[in-house]
Design a protein around this ligand. Structure first.
Ligand code: CTP
Length: 400
């Protein structure tokens, strides 16, 4: 991938685009620019032409001297990056309006498209923008940002265009994305459930949610439509995903069991509590009212993974579970195989959670993967953010 077609629309962050062009060129890309008329009120055509080394395309019928420039430039592009992407271009792109060079080329490209929105936070949250975002994502358009921070309108909130460095890095990571994930519907559970004894006390586990979140981020960056159903997480749900909060085992069971059939892949990365309290006290239980040696009575929760696997049909999703075990090597493989059988799912990704080596809350992980179709186990080790690619490659073998 070497040809970047940069579409610039009329958001204030347009002033950052000469820097963006420079960074793309420094990273070895060829850059051509299409700017809307409003963009050129915020950044000069001359600066853009100078840094890119090519004339800026503005009018559909104006630039190249022949009539099909919008098709030629669409064919030339290996990726179309629209930065900043205003509410207006998102709206036009989502309903196919082609009334200027950029919106016309958007319809004519067959390459990946990345949008980096930048706008006021209330505009970003508006139902129209969010609806257009959902439509564009469902068609495989990739989004980077917006990010929280200071906005040009003297407020701060979610709406800042991602920094040029972040956009360049996102595009540089492209070749490592997995094409087969584009357009796939993916449900991932992540984090730890908390079973409340009373409003001040709960039973839980050390899961940070990082593994599930990284799996979600990678799939979303690859163009999948990702829902992340999460308990407590130390990290924010990945920004390109729809997030559903399911704080305890019972609510996670409800959320997952009612929607798992709507997905192509379900990955159960959440650490779900196996026990819960039969009743949660509404008021805090005062220490003096409880015995010195407290014995807690708990009841088993539903096994979500086993239950959705049992209900799954041949045309249903591929279902993947995790296994947290205090074992390594062959013992871990044996336990993973037993769990695979017990849960009835398609794949188990097993971690060793022995103290000192535990994946819980750690940035690194070592996983062993076993499949129900008898493939030999595979194992991957490294930062969670990179082994997710290996895991997705294994999962994507089901789409061959
Ligand atoms: N899981 C689930 N529902 C539960 C408990 C676990 O869906 N009530 C899922 C987890 O999300 C994970 C898999 O089952 O994908 C295995 O979880 P793990 O904690 O390793 O195993 P358990 O089923 O709890 O069994 P054990 O504690 O005996 O190892």
């Amino acid at each position: 991938m070497k040809n970047i077609l940069l579409g610039i629309t009329g958001g204030i962050a347009a002033y950052k685009t000469p820097h963006l062009v420079r960074l793309f060129k420094k990273a070895g890309y060829e850059v051509r620019i299409i700017a809307t008329k409003n963009a050129l009120k915020l950044v000069s055509e001359h600066s853009l032409a100078t840094v890119s080394g090519h004339p800026v395309r503005i009018d559909t019928f104006g630039n190249s001297g022949h009539g099909v420039d919008h098709i030629d430039i669409a064919r030339w592009a290996d990726v179309l990056v629209i930065a900043p992407a205003t509410a207006n271009i998102m709206a036009k792109a989502s309903c196919g309006i082609a009334d200027d060079m950029l919106s016309t080329v958007f319809l004519a490209v067959s390459c990946p498209v990345v949008m980096a929105p930048g706008m006021n936070d209330i505009m970003w949250q508006s139902s129209s923008v969010q609806a257009n975002l959902a439509v564009l994502k469902s068609r495989g358009i990739m989004f980077i940002g917006p990010e929280p921070g200071e906005l040009a309108c003297n407020t701060s909130g979610m709406g800042r265009m991602s920094e040029p460095e972040t956009i360049v890095q996102f595009v540089q990571n492209f070749p490592t994305r997995i094409e087969k994930l584009r357009g796939k519907r993916v449900l991932i559970t992540a984090g730890a459930t908390r079973e409340y004894f009373d409003p001040a006390r709960f039973w839980s586990n050390p899961s940070s949610g990082r593994m599930g979140n990284e799996l979600a981020r990678f799939a979303a960056d690859s163009g999948a439509h990702v829902t992340i159903c999460h308990g407590f997480m130390e990290v924010k749900p990945a920004s390109l995903c729809e997030a559903i909060h399911a704080p305890d085992a019972a609510s996670m069971y409800l959320e997952v069991s009612k929607r798992f059939r709507d997905f192509d892949v379900v990955v159960m990365a959440a650490a779900v509590s196996d026990w819960t309290f039969p009743n949660t006290a509404e008021l805090k239980s005062k220490k003096d009212a409880l015995p010195q040696e407290l014995q807690l009575q708990m009841v088993r929760t539903k096994d979500i993974l086993a239950s959705i696997s049992a209900e799954n049909t041949d045309d249903g999703p591929i279902i993947i579970g995790f296994a947290a075990e205090t074992a390594s090597g062959n013992d871990l493989v044996t336990l993973a195989r037993k769990k695979l059988e017990r849960k009835g799912c398609d794949m188990i990704i097993a971690n060793d959670i022995t103290p000192g080596k535990s994946a819980f809350g750690n940035d690194n992980n070592h996983v062993i993967i076993v499949n129900s179709d008898g493939r030999p186990p595979s194992d991957f080790e490294g930062p969670k953010s990179t082994i997710v690619r290996d895991i997705w490659e294994r999962i994507c073998e089901y789409f061959d």
